[in-house]
Design a protein around this ligand. Structure first.
Ligand SMILES: O=P(O)(O)O[C@@H]1C[C@H](O)[C@@H](CO)O1
Ligand code: HPA
Length: 294
């Protein structure tokens, strides 16, 4: 099911044209809000917002903590578009549907994608409430063939065989650490490797041990397909994982993770994530990559 669905260039264009006709904002930066992090969209000024159900071709959000709205507005001198709610593979969407908005953003002229997510920590150094700057990812569904780029390549967006060796922009990662120091939150921030699993169940103990052995710092159920599609079409990407739980690696652990707890940590840390992202956006340079809307 995942590899067969194809979306034509016209369908992306139709969504982009519809949005262009509904708002005067022409975004340079897109932000995807992870579980419990939807408040990031509330910081935008001069907002225009659209329910996903009104946008041609957009899927629907079905997960609690993902409101299902696209919000346009200004943030610290940059024009932004914010997904208040993302799409996950486990909701039953094909991977090209979960990543549909990314190519629409490209057609709108977006140059930089900021992804946020909730994730579970597999390492001692990452605690609940910490924020991990994503240095790299392991796209487990992608490794076994569930990849949004499967199928005929659309050369207007990017090459058949895109590199993924530097998809999380180094300059933005350095900027994030500088900003963290200035905001006095460097103590809860570090870089790490995010792994995407299919979900929707959380990990078994043996799976958690496997992920840990493979060098994963934090695990979640999203993000990698979005980053693959954004990198394919030449966007600059920056990603943050909010650590919402520790992933149990011992059969003696009695704590078990649940989505309510994930959302609660999102609410508790929303202010910090918001301040970080806002300040990074204020200070990021725009127009320093070579991609134009296709
Ligand atoms: O959208 P994200 O990746 O932030 O959501 C995470 C993964 C699952 O969707 C959910 C589990 O609580 O949070
Ligand atoms: O522990 C987790 N595992 C997978 N996805 C998650 N999203 C938040 N926490 C987790």
């Amino acid at each position: 099911m995942h590899s067969k669905e194809q979306i034509s260039h016209d369908e992306y264009q139709k969504a982009a044209d519809w949005l262009t006709s509904q708002t005067r904002h022409r975004p340079q930066v897109a932000i995807i809000c992870g579980s419990g992090l939807g408040m990031l969209a509330d910081t935008l000024k001069s907002q225009n917002s659209f329910a996903y159900s009104d946008i041609p071709g957009f899927p629907q959000s079905t997960v609690q903590g993902h409101a299902g709205r696209l919000v346009f507005g200004e943030l610290n001198g940059k024009t932004c578009v914010c997904m208040q709610g993302r799409f996950h593979m486990y909701e039953g969407h094909s991977l090209c549907k979960t990543t549909f908005p990314i190519r629409v953003f490209k057609l709108l002229g977006v140059e930089t994608l900021i992804v946020t997510n909730a994730a579970g920590s597999l390492v001692d150094g990452l605690h609940i409430g910490d924020i991990m700057i994503i240095k790299d990812h392991i796209n487990f569904p992608g490794l076994v063939g569930f990849n949004p780029l499967t199928g005929p390549n659309d050369d207007k967006f990017g090459p058949r065989f895109p590199a993924m060796s530097s998809c999380y922009d180094k300059g933005l990662r350095c900027l994030a650490m500088e900003v963290a120091k200035e905001l006095d939150v460097a103590g809860i921030m570090q870089e790490g490797v995010y792994a995407m699993v299919g979900g929707p169940n959380f990990e078994s103990i043996a799976e958690a041990r496997l992920l840990h052995c493979l060098g994963v710092d934090a695990v979640g159920m999203s993000t990698a397909p979005e980053v693959v599609v954004a990198t394919h079409c030449g966007m600059r990407v920056f990603g943050l994982s909010l650590i919402t739980n520790k992933v149990g690696k011992s059969y003696e652990d009695s704590d078990s993770v649940n989505h309510e707890g994930v959302l609660e940590v999102g609410r508790l840390r929303s202010d910090t994530v918001q301040k970080l992202v806002t300040e990074i956006i204020r200070r990021m340079e725009i127009n320093n990559n070579t991609n134009n809307a296709v």
